[in-house]
Structure formats: structure tokens, C-alpha cells
Design a protein. Structure first.
Length: 257
């Protein structure tokens, strides 16, 4: 529109369109949430209100951006998978990333009061983000497995750590007890010392959260013969599945097609 002698500055902007035929993964992570969770007195190791708030923000993302086909979240992070052929913002990396991070953050602030009605938001939270291209579905599945394995390792460690601290050990002592312990030893410690069977802890803690579109059947109005019209639609849904095994993907083949 406006032409001026200053227009040339626009040419300094780089073309940051991501290559075609790649799945895009945007991962965001809360900045200094160790501090944020302390200031807002999150329950340790897992504050369910905080996780549900993160999940509500991720659901809002899928409602807002149809090209996000799947999201996986744990702790203060969320990964969003955009379909291979997405033309969202002409695949411009800085647009995709900045809008993801700012939209998620705004929803987090807007919804805070519903999840923490008794707790004032003390300062503005922020999230960092990155976007990565993956050329094959196989790598997307490995990416998600990587995040879910991380969820498991951290949750198992944190569950032990906070049980030890709550039972009177200092944080340093708890660290020392856990140093070098294997997976089975941690499960044994939880069971023998605290009577906790790790596998019966809530799935939201052990598996993290998946947000995706589930096929749901709706019964609509009656047709002219008086029969109810059934139709299926896709509904944004949160679940806590094992996404390393193939079962979930076999049941939802349309997500990564
Ligand atoms: P960075 O800015 O580098 O990401 P960080 O302090 O956010 O630093 P992370 O590795 O992202 O470090 O870890 C997030 C921290 O936030 C966890 O260690 C945990 O203490 C806290 N946290 C996040 N979500 C929850 C939750 N739902 N319940 C309890 N604590 C949480
Ligand atoms: P895009 O998403 O491409 O940026 P846009 O609608 O935000 O689309 P812009 O070129 O950024 O388009 O223009 C911002 C528009 O927002 C302006 O055209 C104007 O209508 C409106 N706007 C922004 N700030 C103000 C303001 N302080 N007062 C009135 N209108 C404003
Ligand atoms: Mg980080
Ligand atoms: Mg963080
Ligand atoms: Mg994190
Ligand atoms: Mg604008």
C-alpha cells in the first residue's frame, strides 16, 4: 500500500517458510516454572489443577487451529503436532511459533481463575517455544515416545523425592537416597517405605496428557420418517494414554494420516 523511500527496510526480513512435506512440532515450555510453581504453591510432585489448566489451554489451541492434529503435555510443557500439509501462516516459522506461544499464554492467564479460584496470579507467566520439522510419521511417533518416556522418568523420580521430603528428609538427603537408583529400585522404595504401588497412581501423572479429536456419534433431530438422525463429528478430547504402544494409534488412524 504505502510506498515510501523507507520501504526497502522490509527486504531485510528473511523468508522463514518451513519446508513442505514435513510434520511440524511446536513445543512450548514454561519459563522458570520451578519458581512459578513455588510462588503459587503448587502441590508436589504433581498439582492436578495446574495440569488441568495446561490441558484446557491445549484444548483451546486445537479449537482455534484446525491443523493441530495432536498435542501431548506433561509438567509445564506441551507439544503440538501440525499436519504434514499445513499451510497455516504459509508455514512461516516465526508466525507459527509466536502465535502458538502468545495464544497459549493468554489462555493460561485468562483461565487461571477457574483452576485456582483461591489463588491470585502473582506475576505474568511466560513460555518459550521452538518449532521442528519431521519428515516421517515414524519420527513423530518416536518424538512422542521420547516425551512420554521423559514424563515417566521424571514422575517416578519426583514421586520418590517428594515422599522422602514429606517424610522428614531434607532435599539434599532425598537426592542422595535416589542417586544412581534404577527404575525397579524406585518402585520398591515407594512400595516398601510408603505403601505406594506406582502403577496405581493417576494416569495423568504417569502418562501425561493427550489432546486430540475423538469421533463421537450424536443423535440429532428426527428425520421425516420419525427416525433420529445419527451423525459423527470430531470432538476435542483429553486423555491419558500410552502413546508408545501402538494401540492408541491403531484406534485413531485418522490423526496422523
Ligand atoms: P526452564 O525455564 O529452563 O524451563 P523450569 O524451572 O521451568 O526452567 P523445567 O525443567 O521446565 O524447569 O521444569 C518445570 C518445573 O515446574 C518442574 O520441575 C516442577 O517443579 C514445576 N511444575 C510444573 N508443573 C507442575 C505441576 N503440575 N505440579 C507441580 N510442579 C510443577
Ligand atoms: P494481521 O493478523 O495480519 O496482523 P490485523 O487485522 O492485525 O491482521 P494489521 O495490519 O496488524 O492487521 O492492523 C491492525 C489493525 O488493528 C488496524 O488496521 C486497526 O484497525 C486495528 N487497531 C490496532 N490498534 C488500534 C488502535 N489503537 N485503535 C484503533 N484500531 C486499532
Ligand atoms: Mg525450557
Ligand atoms: Mg520450564
Ligand atoms: Mg519443563
Ligand atoms: Mg496485526
Amino acid at each position: 500500500m504505502a510506498n515510501s523511500k523507507y520501504e526497502y527496510v522490509k527486504k531485510f526480513e528473511l523468508d522463514d517458510r518451513l519446508p513442505p512435506s514435513n510434520w511440524l512440532v511446536v513445543r512450548i515450555d514454561g519459563c522458570s516454572f520451578h519458581r512459578f510453581s513455588a510462588v503459587h504453591e503448587f502441590e508436589k510432585p504433581n498439582d492436578e489443577r495446574a495440569l488441568n489448566l495446561m490441558n484446557a489451554c491445549a484444548s483451546a489451541m486445537l479449537e482455534q487451529f484446525p491443523d493441530i492434529v495432536f498435542a501431548y503435555g506433561v509438567s509445564d510443557e506441551y507439544s503440538f503436532i501440525l499436519k504434514e500439509a499445513t499451510e497455516m501462516f504459509q508455514r512461516r516459522a516465526s508466525k507459527i511459533l509466536s502465535i502458538t506461544v502468545s495464544f497459549f499464554t493468554s489462555v493460561y492467564v485468562m483461565k487461571w481463575k477457574y483452576f485456582f479460584p483461591q489463588k491470585e496470579l502473582m506475576y505474568p507467566p511466560s513460555f518459550d517455544g521452538r518449532v521442528v520439522c519431521y519428515p516421517k510419521v515414524k519420527i513423530i511417533l518416536d518424538y512422542l515416545a521420547w516425551r512420554q518416556v521423559d514424563c515417566h522418568i521424571n514422575n517416578q523420580y519426583n514421586t520418590c523425592f517428594w515422599m522422602l521430603v514429606k517424610s522428614g528428609k531434607t532435599e539434599h538427603e532425598a537426592q542422595q537416597v535416589l542417586k544412581g537408583t534404577q527404575k525397579q529400585e524406585k518402585n520398591d522404595l515407594l512400595f516398601e517405605k510408603f505403601g505406594i504401588n506406582y502403577n496405581t497412581l493417576p494416569a495423568i501423572f504417569r502418562k501425561g496428557s493427550c489432546v486430540y479429536r475423538e469421533m463421537v456419534e450424536e443423535v440429532g433431530k428426527l428425520d421425516k420418517n420419525g427416525c433420529p438422525v445419527k451423525r459423527t463429528r470430531k470432538k476435542v478430547t483429553v486423555g491419558h494414554f500410552d502413546i508408545i504402544k501402538t494401540e492408541f494409534w491403531r484406534e485413531h488412524p485418522y490423526i496422523l494420516e
